[in-house]
Design a protein around this ligand. Structure first.
Ligand code: ZN
Ligand code: ZN
Length: 512
């Protein structure tokens, strides 16, 4: 594994005219006499090695994609004695005009790139590497194939060596042993398989041509049967795409029909209401209320509901998970109604985090009281069971109580009816989503044990529970984890996948 501080290693000759230099990424140098071109740039320290390789003129540098390990060294100078090329579309990540606005706007969900320049920008870059096009270097034809994945615009550079072999400098589209370097880069958003599907298509495209030497941005070059590496990588990418889809194929939604009071307010049970896009209100016989998942956008709907419940006071509020659309109105309910804000310890941990996370409110939200990690809680006449319930995000809980004779489980976004987002709020590395006993599978098993009558999920989806569906989800969780592990260079999710959650240098990371 290379690191950002490592120096360039000795050039390794891959053929009579092609070299690999391990830098912050692999830099490939294609030589014609005293002239050369390079694919990717890394730290640039390798430039000092060119004279010893007999190279006096570097004519072009082709960047496969915008990640900083590919190009950081180019920031060192305003102009260079070679032409820098980047894939069409990468301007917003590489140019000063692109970097500034991109970094100014805090992302809600997953960022447009997990590894991009945070300041400055590269000048004089030609964004002229378009898929299926080529450029001439003397009489050499340098070709470009669109192989997205590590970003939407990433390209593979195809060239010939003088011994007649076809070389493919594939960036991070493929890594040795049919894996993907840092596969979290395929998560272009927090739930869909869009990035995995695009990566699959790119690798399919690449496997459609004869490749003699596959040259990835990290790890060794692949000379032995590159075609089978490409085929297996494509299969694994498709497997990831499929597990990003439906989690309980063939199941009904089992929606419960509410009594519609107004457009934004519905009564599910005599004592249970749903309002706005995310909120629930539980009414006690004492004329007090407990609000679940309070979201600022839902406050007009809550006001509407409160007008229908004259004399009722909101005494407590709580959230299923840390995403701001499930709790950012808690301080307002405290201020307006004196409601106490209860929180599961895992959510409190997320809210106190200094790192950027998807939908983590960039201002502190502090609970009044903490629930037990696992246990019981009483509010008015309602007895709740409470547990950590990791799924869509690691920082997620579940709580269940009996309302009007029905066991109601407040479950947030880990599970949804099948027609809503493929049955789940999705998974991604940045959300810390996990799959095993302390993840989707364990949470599915807990639901089967607790046997709720009603699942009151986030985003106004409430439905009847079915244990057969959750057994399917358990099996899906195993497939999802296996699909991800298969793509990680050494099967280590912690090192290659969850590394995405450790972004402390995001500009809007909060300071406390
Ligand atoms: Zn990359
Ligand atoms: Zn959520």
């Amino acid at each position: 594994m290379t690191s950002k501080t490592s120096t360039s290693s000795n050039p390794v000759r891959l053929s009579s005219d092609c070299w690999r230099i391990a830098d912050t990424c692999n830099v490939y140098v294609l030589q014609r006499g005293e002239r050369a071109i390079a694919v990717d740039f890394g730290s640039g320290r390798w430039l000092a090695r060119l004279p010893a390789m007999g190279i006096r003129h570097l004519d072009h540098v082709f960047l496969t994609h915008h990640h900083t390990d590919q190009c950081r060294g180019l920031l060192a100078r305003k102009s260079w004695p070679f032409v820098i090329h980047a894939p069409a579309g990468e301007r917003e990540f590489l140019s000063a005009e692109g970097v500034k606005p991109l970094n100014a706007a805090p992302p809600g969900g997953c960022p447009p790139s997990y590894d991009r320049l945070r300041y400055g920008g590269l000048g004089g870059v030609c964004y002229d590497m378009a898929g299926f096009s080529d450029q001439f270097w003397g009489s050499e034809r340098i070709r470009f194939l669109h192989t997205p994945g590590h970003g939407r615009h990433a390209c593979t550079v195809v060239a010939d060596s003088q011994d007649g072999r076809q070389l493919a400098f594939c960036g991070d589209a493929v890594h040795a042993h049919a894996t993907i370097w840092q596969p979290y880069h395929l998560e272009w958003d927090h739930w869909t398989g869009e990035g995995a599907l695009a990566a699959w298509e790119g690798v399919q495209r690449l496997s459609g041509i004869k490749v003699d030497l596959l040259c990835p941005s990290h790890g060794p070059a692949i000379a032995t049967n590159p075609a089978s590496t490409l085929r297996l990588t494509a299969r694994r990418l498709m497997a990831l795409y499929l597990v990003k889809g439906q989690i309980s194929a063939g199941e009904r939604d089992r929606y419960i029909k509410p009594e519609v009071l107004t457009a934004g307010v519905r009564r599910i049970l005599p004592h249970l209401f749903q309002f706005g896009s995310n909120g629930y209100l539980l009414l006690s016989d004492a004329g007090t209320a407990f609000v679940i998942d309070p979201f600022l956008d839902d406050m007009p709907a809550l006001d509407e509901l409160m007008r229908r419940l004259p004399g009722v006071r909101i005494l407590a509020t709580a959230a299923t998970h840390y995403h701001w659309d499930h709790l950012d109105a808690a301080p307002l309910l405290r201020k307006r109604h004196g409601a106490r804000f209860w929180l599961h310890p895992s959510l409190a941990e997320a809210l106190s985090c200094r790192h950027w996370r998807p939908w983590l409110k960039p201002i502190p939200i502090i609970p009044d009281c903490l629930w037990p990690d696992q246990g019981t809680w009483k509010w008015e006449d309602y007895a709740f069971r409470i547990a950590h319930w990791p799924g869509q995000t690691w920082w997620h809980c579940v709580f269940m109580t009996e309302v009007d004779g029905r066991r109601v489980m407040f479950g947030g976004d880990s599970f949804q009816p099948p027609s809503r987002w493929n049955g789940t709020g999705g998974f991604c590395a940045a959300n810390g989503s996990r799959f095993g006993a302390r993840g989707f599978a364990g949470s599915a098993r807990l639901a089967i044990r607790w046997r709720p009558d009603i699942l009151a999920c986030g985003h106004a989806t409430y439905c009847r529970f079915s244990s057969s569906r959750f057994r399917k989800i358990e099996r899906w969780a195993a497939r999802a984890e296996a699909a991800l592990k298969a793509l990680c260079p050494d099967g280590d999710l912690r090192r290659h996948y969850y590394a995405a959650t450790e972004f402390s240098d995001w500009p809007q990371a909060r300071s406390r």
